[in-house]
Ligand binder design. Structure first.
Ligand SMILES: Cc1ncc(COP(=O)(O)O)c(C=O)c1O
Length: 468
């Protein structure tokens, strides 16, 4: 975790990124800030210096510190929402494997995969929890932790979920190997090959991979860049096609980073309920909003609706732990437990116990408070750099959480060709068509900003701008 002055700087950067402090506004004086935040003046000075160096604020002689103007953002515009293309089998996702393999190569500047750099993760706390578990619970760690998974982990997850909206019982939770497995089990629980599944467009490509492997057809529903899934387009599509499930990320979807307003979440649940279609809710980014209040979930707003809630600790604690879960009730939960068992018997025991241990210490909440600000500033910084160096016609998403940016490049740009050429130059990016079952978004790319900002990263963005 970062030191105190960095934490203070991140908090202020978060306020700037979320508009609490606006360009041109004077920040509280160093002494005043130190007093309010209960830190030493030296810490406040160091924090302000970090923000000056990062370009967030400027010192005006004999006047104080002021928020600097950001690069004006050209925001991505909404697609016409009422149009939904017919469902189609998901194919052609093999290209994504090159990108996924590039994520293992330390020589490549990783802007492609949405995997946080370890510098953003609480690796020390995780290491301590792993060591504690192995030391104190040796016999247990050698055995299977059969589905539904470690009781203390399920209890901790249920407690957190209840605090953030929905009253969920530990008995309704099944531990999975990451959110990807959760999505796969959820889809298998409610569909058979050939079924039609409604997805957001653009959608997380891992979901499309799972659907390809299960022989499912994707019905792409446009997503609004700020409000998420277009409900009128979904309503139009549900009247025309035999949809068997709907997968949505209402909080900080990947790649748009947008958040559905609560009234839209409620309307989504009502609409699906009317058609008796289960909702698979992917909330993997839900803890990473830039605003202080954790957003609600569909599961929390409608605890008795037919919702299979999927999430994991991959974006917050560490993807390598591979700990995710599904919250579902009744027959759905029983089916998922069975599918989990036939797929991999159980998820590894040590990470399950270590995550339960870490959640029990309260460190997770403290870490989240800090890292949300860091992601807000990383996203703001990368969008500034993109607006400064990319062609003028570039349009960019304005995420409200998470750490990815979705970019619309000048018309005619071939983002696959761009990704190949960028990889030759040591930079990975995610080309837009990966996020669509029908190859849409040919001139879009997704960039991950969860990297330490350094000269290599700056050079990578300049290199990309040149290639475009
Ligand atoms: C929206 C979304 N869902 C699910 C996943 C998969 O998460 P996990 O690594 O926990 O399997 C990801 C990972 O990128 C994601 O972005």
């Amino acid at each position: 975790m970062s030191s105190l002055y960095q934490q203070v700087a991140e908090e202020i950067a978060q306020r700037i990124a979320t508009g609490m402090y606006v360009p041109g506004e004077r920040l509280p004086g160093v002494r005043g800030h130190a007093q309010n935040r209960k830190v030493s003046v030296a810490t406040a000075v160091a924090a302000y210096q970090v923000l000056v160096d990062a370009g967030y604020i400027e010192a005006r002689p004999r006047s104080g510190f002021y928020v600097r103007a950001r690069q004006p953002i050209q925001a991505i515009e909404a697609e016409p929402a009422a149009i939904a293309n017919p469902p189609r089998l998901v194919t052609g996702q093999a290209m994504a494997m090159a990108l996924i393999k590039a994520a293992n190569d330390p020589a490549i500047v990783q802007l492609g995969a949405a995997v946080p750099d370890p510098a953003f993760l609480p690796t020390q706390a995780i290491g301590r929890a792993l060591a504690r578990v192995v030391r104190t619970r040796r016999a247990e760690t050698a055995g299977y932790m059969m589905p539904p998974g470690a009781p203390e982990l399920r209890r901790q997850i249920a407690r957190r979920m209840s605090e953030t909206g929905g009253a969920v019982s530990a008995d309704d939770i099944v531990i999975t190997t990451g959110c990807q497995e959760a999505l796969s089990l959820a889809l298998r629980a409610v569909t058979v090959p050939g079924d039609v599944v409604a997805v957001e467009s653009p959608a997380f490509y891992g979901l499309l991979h799972v659907m390809e492997s299960l022989g499912l057809e994707a019905l792409e529903i446009p997503a609004h860049p700020r409000e998420g899934l277009a409900l009128d387009a979904l309503a139009f599509a549900l009247d025309r096609w035999p949809v068997k499930a709907c997968v949505v990320s209402p909080n900080f979807s990947n790649p748009l980073g947008c958040r559905m307003p609560d009234e839209n979440k409620r309307a989504l649940v009502r609409l699906l309920g009317k058609h008796r279609i289960p909702l698979i809710e992917d909330d993997v980014y839900g803890d990473l909003g830039f605003a202080p209040q954790r957003p609600s979930t569909c599961k929390g707003l409608a605890p008795h609706a037919d919702i299979l809630y999927c999430s994991s600790f991959s974006k917050t604690l560490a993807p390598g732990l591979r700990i995710g879960w599904i919250a579902a009730t009744g027959e759905r939960r029983e089916r998922i437990e069975y599918l989990k068992y036939v797929t991999s018997i159980a998820s590894p025991t040590v990470p399950q116990l270590a995550v339960a241990d870490l959640l029990g210490t309260g460190r997770y909440e403290r870490y989240l408070r800090e890292v949300r600000g860091r992601y807000a500033s990383a996203v703001a910084r990368m969008s500034d750099a993109v607006m400064k160096s990319f062609p003028e016609e570039t349009r960019i998403s304005q995420p409200q959480g998470g750490f990815v940016l979705w970019l619309e490049l000048p018309e005619g740009t071939d983002s696959f060709a761009l990704a190949r050429r960028a990889l030759c130059k040591g930079v990975s990016i995610a080309p837009g068509p990966l996020f669509s079952a029908s190859g849409k978004f040919g001139n879009f790319i997704r960039l991950s900003s969860a990297r330490v900002w350094d000269a290599r990263m700056e050079r990578a963005l300049v290199e990309l701008a040149k290639l475009i």
